[in-house]
Design a protein around this ligand. Structure first.
Ligand code: FAD
Length: 373
């Protein structure tokens, strides 16, 4: 037992026990690590979705709320349905995932339930305090959410988990984007995951530079339900999220940043879970081999192409719906899954680029080349 006057010496400190921090902690072997996280898993429950193949689905089974091998995108012109043989779109309970990770920790003492304060980084490690105790760590992996930049393109949403009074028609299809909603404030769509025929996650999602009043998203959900003749029996939960779609600033650039703070959120889609899984697996292997610096989550070319896509979305909002619909139309289900996972090959990229509205995409590509960011 150490006194608060003493500084506790750590080998590895993981700051933030969310998706990245807990995943890394469960994969470490042969090193000593301590995780600092102020909140319990249930205090942070939300839905994390990803495209996964059978082995990964099996691994994530304790946290899975639903999975679908059919998904669709809809606009006023019609719908594009993908039916995959290899991939499932899966929705996890983040609380169940984090609780499962906790059960995999080598010892419960690895977890300190307190916020890290006054973090001073040097050479990948540094000093900080938590719960009135001072710590010094050789290596720090910091996953605290990055600083939010006002007025940048972001994906913002409210989601409701609801029970319905009557069943929906087809609970076997996940609706990723239904664009047949109010587009006057920015690119807007409804997202529906049927956990069963009467149990849904439904979200109103905007892609724009301006956050809306929370009642705006709620009204959009209510309107969509009413237009589909669906009545809410009970609302089980509400989640609110803002995911930046531009380069982020970590809280402290002098330590190793992982997860969203380390740039693991895909700029054009807001998805991060699969990238974080892959990055933390590689990081744990490299720590075991003696190298502690995390690899970059995405290639430069993928970041460039995502920035081009976002520029086209931001500058020419009237093309927003067609950019997403054209991407889904150009690819089959397997190609689309790989594309969304950031694992698309040349063939998929060529198909997507050829399907884009030409002038907005070329203009954005030229602007992005000149921007150097
Ligand atoms: C509501 C929401 C829904 C999302 N849905 C999806 C999705 O469906 N699919 C997907 O791929 N991505 C999704 N994302 C993107 C999301 O950012 C990532 O999936 C993921 O949570 C990022 O992992 P992370 O570890 O970087 O951050 P987090 O999981 O947010 O973990 C950061 C942790 O740091 C902790 N923390 C904060 N301050 C301190 C402090 N001072 N000291 C110590 N700890 C601290 C927080 O409590 C938190 O637990 C979603 C994001 C949000 C906000």
């Amino acid at each position: 037992m150490s006194s608060p006057d003493e500084t506790i010496q750590l080998d590895i400190a993981i700051v933030g026990g969310g998706s990245a921090g807990m995943t890394l902690a469960t994969k470490l072997d042969g090193v000593s690590a301590t995780i600092f996280e102020p909140k319990t898993a249930t205090e942070r429950d939300c839905s994390w979705a990803l495209w996964a193949q059978a082995p990964q689905l099996k691994e994530l089974a304790p946290a899975i709320r639903g999975s679908w091998n059919q998904w669709r995108l809809i606009d006023h012109a019609g719908e594009i349905i993908h039916h995959s043989h290899d991939y499932y779109y899966a929705s996890l309970s983040s609380a169940k995932y984090l609780q499962h990770c906790e059960t995999l920790l080598k010892s419960p003492e690895m977890m300190v339930r307190a916020p890290v304060e006054n973090l001073l980084g040097e050479g990948g490690g540094g000093r900080f305090s938590a719960n009135g105790q001072s710590y010094n760590a050789k290596t720090i992996y910091d996953s605290r959410p990055p600083k939010s930049e006002p007025q940048t393109l972001c994906q913002h949403f409210i989601g409701w988990e609801i029970k319905l009074t009557s069943p929906i028609e087809n609970p076997h299809i996940a609706t990723l984007m239904d664009f047949r909603v109010d587009q006057s404030r920015g690119l807007h769509f409804i997202y529906v995951l049927p956990y069963s025929d009467r149990h849904l996650l439904i979200e109103s999602t905007m892609i724009s530079n301006q956050l809306e009043d929370k009642d705006w998203y709620r009204s959009a959900i209510k309107r969509w339900l009413s237009e589909h003749g669906l009545e809410v029996e009970s609302q089980l939960s509400e989640e609110y999220g803002v995911i930046p779609m531009a380069k982020v600033q970590p809280q402290n650039p002098d330590v190793n940043n992982i997860g969203a703070a380390g740039g693991a959120v895909r700029l054009s889609s807001g998805y991060a879970f699969s990238t974080i899984q892959a990055q933390m697996t590689m990081l744990a292997a490299s720590i075991a081999a003696g190298t502690r610096t995390p690899t970059k989550p995405f290639s430069k070319i993928l970041i460039f192409l995502d920035n081009v896509f976002n520029r086209a979305l931001n500058d020419q909002t009237d093309h927003g719906v067609s950019l997403f619909m054209a991407t889904a139309k150009a690819l089959n289900a397997e190609q689309f899954s790989r594309f969304m996972l950031g694992r698309a090959g040349l063939v998929e990229w060529v198909r997507v680029i050829l399907a884009m509205p030409k002038w907005p995409f070329i203009k954005s590509a030229l602007q992005q080349l000149l921007a150097h960011d």
